[in-house]
Design a binder for this molecule. Structure first.
Ligand SMILES: Nc1ncnc2c1ncn2[C@@H]1O[C@H](COP(=O)(O)OP(=O)(O)OP(=O)(O)O)[C@@H](O)[C@H]1O
Length: 581
């Protein structure tokens, strides 16, 4: 199997490892809560019943299989397998996978170190059921077997996901799925064998996953270049002689580049791919905080522009779409922001250059955009979602520094701070119909429906439906949040049951979520609320109204595949623009 070469080491990323002690402190905090104030509270109080239920159904091949899994994740096996994997990487790659080998060894070692630190502070006894293995002297929380298997097998999955080239997608998906399945099976085996409570194995999964996140960012991902080190702007045009196309006519492309996501190295690769596809006449413009689409308006004003290439996140795409909607000039997304939700929803490859290649080898399509009216904001368009309340507060509070260091998990940390924000009082009117009074923690109007990790916030939203989908989130207490999370998680399961509405009124998850769909949505808030458009905060206000502009944006998308189904949507157009490539 050919693996892609890793990018140049990221200087400055190593400091991310400083988060490991913070992780240990947080894990220890969770353990102390579980053994202290939460011990008699549901669902912790119900954990013994789970262990008893599993113990009552032991027997047959399951016991043998669970023993094998527990052995696989035992300390000696993990050390032996890690040494083998690291040695193989060093021996068979002629020194090209040193960083990958260091990554794997560090992930396994760091997980163990955090685990040991936590067990110095937390003392939780094992479940009160007969145990099938000798209980180690360490605390039951968190599960060391599970944490270690996440670090090793999850670490291998990370390497496969990042290093196996995009064209081997099926192999990559199969390998990643198989590797990720191992820690989940180990978690089940530890429960089955009476060695841990459910929250212990969840703690192990969390500890392993957080360690992988930190070590991946520290050792595998290339550092984003500092903005100050970048040139203010890239050359306005690329000499044709330097980048002669393989074949096909010369066409003019305007490239909009967010300097934080798209540094000089990526810009050079984008430039070369465009040249190969016949776009040798390139005009580059760099965005600024006050000019999120750079000089796009001026650059497309005079000459015949065949394509606008947007190198940035959803905010940059949104700003460009605002200019391009209705012009007929097609846009191609090079996803290099934090969330890149439009690209994810359109099933573009996550690698920026692979996404550009795939799109330019594909077809043009038309997708809808939403046109927003809100107090204090000139009319603006969005391509992903417009929201108010919890999501806007989360987006607004996500630290730029953490976004740069952690990527989208920075939003998760910010969200945790706003879980208890007060509910909003609002009225919603759809397509000029009756006014409905509601309370909610969040309202989102979406052109597309999936969040990070494929979380289907608006499961029926499609960018070519000619409609906007709306969700109100109003969970009551911990149970409400759990019901909403369970409902959304159930929708993520491939082929899993699709939970139906609670009644005729479109609410699900015991009223925690309520869905609507319309062409025109008018929402008024009793008090000014934080609001966002495609992940950019637009300031607090009392109105958020949107209307769909069907098929207003032309966009290049990868060729359709049978798996695309509802994704990679868009009204297909005859491909008349493919040149070169
Ligand atoms: N040169 C710049 N310096 C600072 N901020 C910038 C600059 N250029 C654009 N911005 C701001 O960045 C935001 C757009 O960022 P964008 O959404 O593309 O990336 P992101 O936030 O990392 O990704 P995503 O939206 O996908 O999570 C806009 O608010 C814009 O004002």
């Amino acid at each position: 199997m050919r693996l892609e070469r890793s990018a140049a080491p990221g200087r400055g990323r190593l400091s991310v490892l400083g988060l490991l002690p913070v992780q240990a402190a947080l894990m220890a905090g969770v353990g102390l809560m579980l053994t202290g104030p939460l011990a008699d509270q549901w669902p912790v109080s119900a954990e013994d019943a789970v262990n008893r239920g599993l113990a009552a159904h032991r027997g047959g091949p399951l016991t043998a299989f669970s023993e094998w899994l527990s052995l696989l994740a035992g300390t000696q096996s993990i050390i032996a397998l890690t040494v083998l994997a690291v040695a193989a990487m060093l021996a068979f790659s002629s020194g090209r996978w040193v960083r990958e080998a260091v990554f794997l060894a560090t992930a396994v070692a760091a997980q163990s170190a955090v685990f040991l630190l936590v067990t110095l502070v937390v003392e939780r006894s094992r479940p009160h059921v007969p145990q099938l293995d000798a209980a180690p002297p360490t605390s039951s929380f968190p599960s060391g077997h599970v944490g270690a298997s996440v670090a090793l097998f999850g670490g291998l999955a990370v390497l496969v996901a990042l290093r196996v080239p995009g064209e081997r997608r099926r192999l990559r998906q199969a390998l990643v799925t198989a590797l990720l399945l191992v820690p989940l099976l180990v978690a089940c085996s530890r429960l089955y064998r009476g060695m841990h409570h459910p929250s212990d194995v969840m703690g192990g999964l969390l500890n392993g996953a957080c360690t992988l996140l930190v070590v991946t960012h520290a050792l595998l991902l290339p550092a984003r270049p500092r903005p100050a080190a970048l040139p203010a702007a890239l050359p306005a045009a690329v000499p044709a002689a330097r980048h002669a196309p393989h074949h096909g006519a010369t066409r003019r492309a305007v490239v909009v580049r967010h300097p934080h996501g798209c540094g000089p190295e990526l810009a050079e690769r984008v430039r070369n791919v465009l040249c190969r596809h016949g776009y040798t006449d390139q005009t580059w413009t760099t965005t600024a905080a006050e000019h999120p689409a750079g000089d796009l308006v001026e650059r497309i004003a005079d000459e015949d522009t065949a394509l606008v290439v947007v190198c940035g996140g959803d905010g940059t795409v949104r700003a460009c779409a605002d200019t391009l909607a209705g012009t007929g000039i097609p846009l191609v997304v090079v996803p290099c922001g934090t969330g890149n939700l439009l690209a994810r929803n359109l099933r573009l490859p996550s690698d920026p250059v692979a996404a550009l290649e795939a799109a330019l080898s594909g077809r043009t399509a038309r997708i809808d955009v939403g046109r927003v009216r809100a107090d204090g904001l000139a009319a603006a368009r969005f391509t992903v979602m417009a929201g108010a309340g919890f999501d806007a507060a989360t987006v607004g509070d996500a630290s730029a520094r953490l976004k740069e260091r952690l990527g989208w998990p920075a939003y998760v940390l910010s969200a945790a701070r706003h879980l208890r924000d007060p509910r909003m009082r609002l009225s919603i009117r759809l397509d000029g119909g009756p006014v409905r009074e509601r309370r909610a923690r969040m309202v989102v109007i979406g052109n597309v429906g999936s969040l990070q990790g494929g979380l289907p916030l608006l499961p029926d939203a499609r960018p070519d439906s000619g409609r906007l989908d709306v969700v109100l989130l109003d969970p009551r207490g911990v149970r409400g949040w759990l019901a909403a999370a369970k409902h959304l998680a159930a929708r993520m399961l491939p082929g899993g049951p699709v939970p139906g509405p609670d009644g005729a009124n479109g609410t699900v998850a015991g009223g925690a979520l309520e869905y609507f769909s319309a062409v025109r949505v008018d929402i008024r808030f009793a008090r000014a609320q934080p609001r966002e458009l495609d992940g950019d905060v637009i300031g607090a206000g009392t109105r958020l109204s949107a209307e769909v502009e069907p098929g207003a944006l032309r966009i290049w998308l990868p060729p359709r595949t049978p798996e695309d189904g509802a994704g990679n949507a868009g009204h297909a157009e005859p491909v008349t623009h493919t040149v070169g490539g």
